[in-house]
Design a protein around this ligand. Structure first.
Ligand SMILES: Nc1ncnc2c1ncn2[C@@H]1O[C@H](COP(=O)(O)OP(=O)(O)OP(=O)(O)O)[C@@H](O)[C@H]1O
Length: 557
């Protein structure tokens, strides 16, 4: 997949022109339509107020009942429209989020970016949390903000006109000009002042929210890590050490939260004082016209209602600064994620050359391996391998055996030299740690992409690879990494390799947890089931030598 523009907003907006957004457009129109209707109903309610209070003031009982019926009608429409607006908004958020999540997961998985990210010097914290949590918050708040702004702009347009008409003209002593629509000007002045103070008070929340999202993710990630390594921790009796680490993570989270609490307190003091004052402000400034009998009680309420709507629209930032700060925070985190993925793309193209070739042979020409920090692990490895020339790669721990396999697999970018190899389909790599997960045993055996096979074949392979008892559990859904021993997991991984029938099979200490007798039986099984496959094994044991014709001995200087 092509790397997207390094701009999150531009990337997100591609959805709306992608040809996959017909339903989302329909939902957006529904939400916009409902928003306009809600604003119109607000206007109707405000007009209704004038009639209602005037009927009360005039002790007009039938008129009072009539206005109550009107209210019932407006209110029913209001309830229905609000319900469908909110439903449409939620469906829209889900669709957009689904698309953006798909884009991110594709970028993350394509070209093994998820793996290369770990090789960058500036590592990226918690990519999982960014994909699940940050995208959710980003999309939900974006839709909320757009809908809110649209509602407030419509409200502002409608109620400014009303307020202008109802305001009358202000003439002040010592002021040479009459000021038409003075309540509108006052609302504008009041809101702009509030917005400026809010911006000043709330700005620290942006960076604090970025830190908070990261700290929360670190805390959760350590809890998940603990869950995944429960047995190791239990055997080490590592509970106290884990408690210390968890407390440290939580302390960071809590310290930052205190700073957020302080900034939020200042912001709340400001915004509540601002809203409280605004309740009486309209009455205060329009009361002279009421007391001079220019307007009735109903008009006074109508003016104050219109003023309140105009003021609320202009005060969007004051009332929603927390939401805006959170939006900015996740925007920063997701933008950083996109930048890191672009950096990986450059890194993956950086060093040596891997060339797929038609001939069914492997060739390493002067391959030098480096660590991510640039240290030389192995210098000038050269080796040509023909089919059926089984190779054993040996050497001390940390000398670069696994790194050599990663280089051949094309996932290690830190090398120089030339790797010539047959097409990807003909290779299969068994990593040092078996990759098992929660699913049925059948699916586990077919991983990553083998079509379903008959039970008899699976039974035969389970017997051949020393796991006959597992046949009865083929359809069991189980947390296999927990319920199988490491040795059993390695046997199971070999079945996967046999099923995929590769021309070249790479085994990275794939039988290291087995006793020599079982290891021997498994290699015999491999030879029997995969007679045409060439084995390239990494291992330390001398007992592996008889299964290989060639030895590549790596050394450290
Ligand atoms: N993702 C990584 N990030 C940083 N350094 C790494 C990474 N992977 C490997 N290394 C470093 O590269 C060196 C070679 O590692 P490698 O796993 O290839 O050794 P090995 O010979 O297979 O060791 P062992 O026999 O213990 O499996 C080590 O010093 C290791 O610390």
């Amino acid at each position: 997949m092509k790397v997207p523009p390094n701009n999150l907003l531009r990337l997100s907006l591609i959805y709306w022109v992608s040809g996959k957004s017909y339903v989302a457009w329909f939902l957006a129109l529904l939400v916009i339509g409902c928003t306009v209707v809600i604003v119109s109903l607000n206007l109707a309610l405000n007009n209704w107020q004038a009639g209602f209070y005037n009927q009360l003031q005039a002790y007009d009982r039938p008129g009072f009942h009539r206005t109550l019926l009107q209210f019932l009608l407006i209110s029913t429409l209001y309830i229905l429209t609000s319900g469908y607006q909110s439903y449409g908004k939620l469906l829209l958020q889900l669709r957009w989020r689904q698309w953006l999540t798909d884009v991110f997961t594709r970028l993350w998985l394509t070209n093994r970016t998820y793996y290369h990210l770990n090789l960058l010097q500036t590592s990226l914290d918690n990519p999982g949390q960014r994909i699940s949590e940050d995208i959710r918050i980003f999309i939900n708040t974006t839709v909320d903000i757009v809908v809110d702004v649209l509602r407030h702009l419509t409200t502002l347009a409608v109620f400014s006109t009303v307020l202008w008409q109802l305001s009358g003209t202000l003439t002040l002593p010592f002021f040479p000009f009459a000021l038409p629509g003075y309540l509108l000007w006052l609302a504008l002045l009041y809101s702009l002042t509030g917005t400026w103070f809010t911006f000043r008070a709330g700005l620290p929340l942006v960076s604090r929210n970025v830190i908070q999202q990261t700290a929360e993710a670190d805390f959760r990630s350590h809890l998940d890590h603990l869950g995944g390594h429960d047995e190791s921790v239990a055997l080490y009796r590592g509970e106290a050490a884990e408690q210390v680490t968890l407390t440290r993570h939580f302390k960071r989270l809590a310290q930052n939260y205190l700073a957020i609490a302080k900034a939020t307190k200042n912001l709340t003091l400001l915004s509540v004082a601002y809203s409280q004052l605004s309740i009486v402000f309209a009455f205060l400034v329009s009361s002279p016209r009421y007391f001079s009998n220019e307007i009735q009680l109903g008009q006074l309420f109508e003016i104050s209602g219109a003023y309140w709507y105009v003021h609320a629209s202009l005060s969007y930032m004051v009332e929603n600064f927390n939401k805006l700060a959170l939006w900015k925070a996740v925007h920063i985190r997701l933008t950083h994620f996109i930048h890191m993925m672009s950096a990986v793309e450059k890194l993956a193209k950086a060093d040596g050359t891997t060339v797929p070739q038609k001939a069914n042979q492997f060739e390493l020409k002067n391959v030098t391996l480096f660590s991510p920090t640039g240290d030389v692990l192995q210098k000038n490895i050269s080796c040509t391998l023909h089919p059926q020339e089984h190779l054993l790669i040996s050497g001390p721990p940390g000398c670069g055996k696994t790194t050599l396999l990663r280089t051949i697999a094309g996932i290690w970018p830190h090398f120089s030299g030339l790797v010539l190899k047959p097409g990807r389909q003909s290779q299969f790599f068994l990593p040092q740690t078996p990759y098992l997960f929660k699913t049925t045993l059948r699916e586990l055996l077919l991983y990553p992409h083998h079509p379903p096979v008959d039970d008899e074949i699976l039974q035969e392979l389970l017997i051949c690879c020393q796991l006959p008892a597992l046949y009865a559990r083929l359809n069991e859904y189980e947390d296999w990494p927990k319920s199988l021993s490491l040795g059993q997991q390695q046997c199971l991984s070999l079945i996967r390799a046999i099923l995929h029938k590769p021309a070249w099979l790479f085994l990275d200490e794939a039988t290291a947890s087995l006793d020599p007798a079982t290891e021997e039986r498994l290699y015999a099984c491999l030879r029997q089931k995969l007679p045409a496959t060439t084995l390239i094994s990494v291992g330390h044991r001398k007992s592996l030598l008889p299964y290989h014709q060639r030895l590549l001995q790596l050394r450290t200087d």
